[in-house]
Design a protein around this ligand. Structure first.
Ligand SMILES: C[S@@+](CC[C@H](N)C(=O)[O-])C[C@H]1O[C@@H](n2cnc3c(N)ncnc32)[C@H](O)[C@@H]1O
Length: 268
């Protein structure tokens, strides 16, 4: 997994906030996730809020700025990228370097605390085969009744998902995007009950940004543009050829999930 992000290390750290039209450093875009997190925090009263793949810590810092965080709440930003964590602002946030799948509850909590798990735009890093093991791993860390609030890139139709997955395959990454149905099935099978699903703003990916992120040259971009435009001419809402290069559009949903007990997860 660390190898998977190795390719895009160049855009981690100081450059991250300006990438993709500042999507990941835009407070109004962050609201779509953070308001759900704040609502759940009021009722579930967690002791620890852990942002899984929290990058530069922007989301946790935003929660602090907005006064959404109670004084006693411990904030943990877990990310495997040293460069991302190097630019994280302090604001009382504890940074942990490591892979999500290597993190066990006991490493963070020795005192039987209540957890709230949060994540934005990370599930697709685990690929088609890694999604289910990841969701199961997270469920194994949670106690019944604890929440996992996450924003995930996913698509309404199989054809939309196929189009985006072809783009990522051609860019030589293992990232993979499910349909809403596929993701819903995996979440349920892993033992999470979905309380709500809401839309979050679409992320526009320009071929210039993608070339820089994944080390592509002009020829790569031209080949990808031609091949995907030919195979998916009806998918302009996902992949749009431009005069030079292309734009791709990543759609997101915010999921509020609760760790179900064994019995109720069987009856979903
Ligand atoms: C698209 S960025 C999102 C960052 C942050 N969640 C946000 O919304 O601003 C994905 C982040 O996940 C981290 N990441 C990817 N795979 C990871 C893993 N297996 N363990 C820990 N962090 C991971 C990357 O280093 C990166 O910072």
């Amino acid at each position: 997994m660390i190898g998977q992000i190795g390719k895009e290390m160049g855009i981690h750290g100081a450059r991250w906030h300006a990438l993709h039209g500042c999507y990941f450093s835009d407070p109004s875009i962050a609201s779509f996730l953070l308001e759900r997190v704040a609502e759940v925090a009021i009722t579930s009263r967690p002791d620890i809020l852990i942002d899984l793949g929290g990058g530069t810590g922007f989301l946790l810092a935003e929660l602090v700025n907005r006064g959404f965080v109670d004084a006693g709440l411990r904030l943990v930003n877990l990310d495997c990228s040293e460069r991302q964590l190097a630019v994280a602002n302090d604001k009382g946030i504890c940074c942990l370097r490591g892979a999500i799948t290597d993190i066990w509850r006991d490493l963070v909590d020795q005192e039987q605390m209540r957890f709230l798990f949060m994540m934005r735009s990370v599930l697709h890093y685990f690929g088609r085969d890694g999604l289910m093991p990841l969701l199961r791993h997270l469920r194994a860390q949670a106690r019944v009744g604890e929440f996992f609030i996450h924003q995930a890139a996913c698509f309404e139709s199989k054809r939309e998902a196929d189009c985006m997955n072809m783009l990522y395959e051609r860019m030589k990454t293992d990232k993979w995007y499910p349909t809403l149905d596929e993701l819903g099935d995996c979440i349920a099978a892993a033992g999470w009950r979905t309380r709500s699903i809401s839309r979050a703003p679409t992320l526009t990916l320009t071929s210039e940004d993608l070339a820089c992120r994944y080390g592509l040259d002009e020829n790569d971009i031209a080949c990808i543009r031609e091949e995907i435009a030919r195979q998916f001419p009806d998918m302009m809402n996902v992949f749009k050829p431009m005069q030079r290069g292309f734009c791709a559009f990543l759609s997101y949903r915010v999921y509020a999930c609760i760790a179900a007990d064994h019995e109720s997860s069987q009856n979903q």
